[in-house]
Write a protein that binds this ligand. Structure first.
Ligand code: NAD
Length: 332
C-alpha cells in the first residue's frame, strides 16, 4: 500500500473532484491536498467554499495544459501522487467544438505526466471513463479492463487518447501510473447540464425534461461517493500500469431514470419531452468491476434507488447553490 500524505488533485472544483477532496479531508489522518483547477464554466469554487480555513487544503488556479505553471507547481510541491480529474467532460459540448477537449484532456494529461516525471512524483492516477470502450448491444457482456477501446464521441476519443498517453508513460518511461474507468456518476455538486441534475432541477421548477430520442439508452449509474472510494483505493493499492473499472451494478434505461426523478419530485410524466437524439449516441454502457473488487477490495455500497432519493433531497436543500450556478454568480 502506498503511503499518501500529500496529493495534487486536478479539477477539484468540478463535480467528482470536489467529492473526492471532501472524502480525503474527512479522514482524520488523511493527506494534505493541493487542488489545481482552471475554473472553467464547470469549476465552481462554491463546491469547496467551506474548506477555506482547512490547514490540509490549498487551492491553486491554473490550467493543466500550462506547462510552466504546472512544472513549477509540481517541482515545488513534494507530492506523493497526482490524481487527474481535470477534463472537459460534457459530450454535447464536444460535438459542438472538440478543441478544448483536445487541449485539456490530451495536452493537459501529457503536461501532467511530463511534470510528474521531471519531479519524480511516485504515483500518477488518471481518472477515465467507461465511454472509452464504446457502446454495447443489449446482450453483450459488460466492459472489462481488457475490452478494446472504441470511443464514439469527441469527448470519449479525447479521454481514450489520454489513457493511451498514460499507458505510454508507464511502458516507455517506467512511470508508476494507474487508470480508473468509471460509469456514469450522479450525486451532490453535479453541474445541472448532465442528465440527473438537469432533470431534478427542471422537475423541481415544474419545467419540461428533454429526453434524447426514445429514451431507451442504457447507462450504469454509480453514486459519486462509491466512485471516489474507488479512486482512493486505486491510488493506494492499484498495481502500476493497471486499469481498474468502477460501476454501480445499476443498469437503467434513461426513460426509467426520468420517471424515477418525476416520482421522487412529485411531478407528472406530462413534463417528459422527447427531443432529437444526440448524434452518435451510445446505446448501452455496462461495466464489469470484478477486478477492482478482488484486487482493491472495493465494493459498490449505494444502491441506485437510495442514491437517487438522497440526491433529489440534496438538490432540494441546496437551491441557493443551484441559483448561483444558473445565474452565473458562481463564476465570481
Ligand atoms: P466536471 O466537468 O464537473 O469538472 C471538471 C473540472 O475540471 C472543473 O472544475 C474544471 O474547472 C476543471 N478543468 C477543466 N479544464 C481544466 C484545465 N485545462 N485545467 C485545470 N482544470 C480544468 O467533470 P466531472 O464530472 O467531475 O468529471 C471529472 C473526471 O471524471 C473527468 O476526467 C471525467 O472524464 C471523469 N469521469 C466522469 C464521469 C461522470 O459521470 N461525470 C464518469 C467517469 C469519468
Amino acid at each position: 500500500e502506498h503511503a499518501i500524505k500529500n496529493i495534487l488533485v486536478t479539477g477539484g472544483c468540478g463535480f467528482i473532484g470536489a467529492n473526492f477532496i471532501r472524502l480525503e479531508l474527512a479522514e482524520r489522518e488523511g493527506p494534505s491536498i493541493t487542488n489545481v483547477d482552471a475554473l472553467t464554466y464547470a469549476g465552481n469554487p462554491d463546491n469547496l467554499a467551506d474548506l477555506a480555513g482547512n490547514r490540509r487544503y490549498r487551492f491553486v488556479k491554473a490550467d493543466i495544459a500550462d506547462r510552466s505553471a504546472i512544472f513549477d507547481l509540481v517541482a515545488s510541491g513534494g507530492f506523493d501522487a497526482i490524481v487527474n480529474f481535470a477534463a472537459e467532460s460534457h459530450v454535447d459540448r464536444s460535438i459542438d467544438d472538440a478543441t478544448p477537449f483536445l487541449r485539456t484532456n490530451v495536452l493537459g494529461t501529457q503536461t501532467l505526466l511530463d511534470a510528474a516525471r521531471a519531479a519524480k512524483v511516485p504515483r500518477y492516477v488518471q481518472v477515465s471513463t467507461d465511454e472509452v470502450y464504446g457502446t454495447l448491444g443489449p446482450r453483450d457482456p459488460a466492459f472489462e479492463e481488457t475490452t478494446p477501446l472504441a470511443p464514439n464521441s469527441p469527448y470519449s476519443a479525447s479521454k481514450a487518447a489520454a489513457d493511451f498517453l498514460v499507458r505510454a508513460a508507464y511502458h516507455t518511461h517506467g512511470m508508476d501510473t494507474v487508470i480508473t474507468r468509471c460509469s456514469n456518476n450522479y450525486g451532490p455538486y453535479q453541474f445541472p447540464e448532465k442528465l440527473i441534475p438537469l432533470f431534478i432541477t427542471n422537475a423541481l421548477d415544474g419545467k419540461p425534461l428533454p429526453v434524447y430520442g426514445d429514451g431507451m439508452q442504457v447507462r450504469d449509474w454509480i453514486h459519486v461517493r462509491d466512485h471516489c472510494r474507488g479512486v482512493a483505493a486505486a491510488l493506494r493499492r492499484g498495481r502500476p500500469g493497471e486499469v481498474y473499472n468502477f460501476g454501480g451494478r445499476s443498469e437503467r434505461y434513461n426513460m426509467d431514470v426520468t420517471k424515477a426523478v418525476l416520482e421522487l419530485t412529485g411531478r407528472p410524466e406530462t413534463l417528459i419531452r422527447h427531443v432529437t437524439d444526440r448524434p452518435g449516441h451510445d446505446r448501452r454502457y455496462a461495466v464489469n468491476c470484478a477486478k477492482s473488487e478482488s484486487e482493491l477490495g472495493w465494493k459498490q455500497t449505494v444502491t441506485f434507488e437510495q442514491g437517487l432519493a438522497e440526491t433529489v433531497e440534496w438538490y432540494k436543500a441546496n437551491s441557493a447553490w443551484i441559483d448561483r450556478v444558473r445565474s452565473g454568480a458562481y463564476r465570481g
